[in-house]
Design a protein around this ligand. Structure first.
Ligand SMILES: Nc1nc2c(ncn2[C@@H]2O[C@H](COP(=O)(O)OP(=O)(O)OP(=O)(O)O)[C@@H](O)[C@H]2O)c(=O)[nH]1
Ligand SMILES: [Mg+2]
Length: 184
């Protein structure tokens, strides 16, 4: 693997927009593991869910090649979380800013991911802010009690420019902590 290639993980609760995020930005055909939702509560939200992982790649304008993995949000597939978190250099943590019904899943997921890669920065994203009644990043921060030194930004996983901006912000944090990745 080239020194400028690194792994990032897109995390977040069920339906937060992880698969959408990876699909929007990937420059290669993505790997997806979508299956039909089965439980009534999930079916009501969407038709498919990720059962193992998403994968895509994105090379930014500085030549950093990001290998982007997405986790399955549902807890019954949580055996994949530590596997996918291994060796990740940074996390994008998506939160649906229009719907708090699955936010209860966030703490456990965070705990598991951070235990595996404790030094990787996390960028929280208040996703779906294109929708009416979306909360602002600040509202999401307050409701989830995210401390001030951790970044929370607004995002739209369907919008390529916004996803690029999110990845650029995370990459900046990653490079601060891993200066060797700046080298060619
Ligand atoms: N309006 C809007 N819809 C979004 C956005 N991001 C995702 N969605 C929609 O939200 C739904 C859930 O998106 P997914 O990408 O499947 O969510 P996920 O986090 O991968 O879900 P699981 O893998 O099942 O945990 C889909 O219908 C997406 O089209 C966004 O930024 N804006
Ligand atoms: Mg998914």
């Amino acid at each position: 693997m080239s020194e400028k290639t690194f792994k990032i993980l897109v995390a977040g609760h069920f339906g937060a927009g992880k698969t959408t995020f990876v699909r929007t930005i990937s420059q290669i055909e993505t790997v997806n593991t979508e299956k039909k939702t089965t439980l009534a509560e999930e079916k009501a939200k969407k038709e498919t869910t990720t059962v193992a992982m998403d994968f895509g790649e994105y090379t930014n304008k500085y030549g950093h090649k990001l290998r982007i993995f997405g986790i399955p949000g549902q807890e019954r597939f949580s055996f994949m979380w530590p596997i996918l978190a291994k060796d990740t250099k940074g996390f994008v943590f998506l939160i649906d800013s229009t719907d708090t019904s699955r936010w209860f899943e966030i703490p456990k997921q965070l705990k598991i991911l951070m235990k595996v890669s404790p030094s990787a920065p996390i960028l929280f994203v208040a996703n779906k802010v294109d929708l009416p009644d979306a909360m602002s990043a600040e509202e999401v921060r307050q409701k989830l009690k995210i401390p001030p030194h951790i970044k929370v930004i607004e995002g739209v996983a369907t919008d390529k420019n916004m996803v690029e901006k999110i990845l650029d912000e995370l990459t900046e944090e990653i490079l601060k902590r891993n200066p060797e990745l700046k080298e060619i």
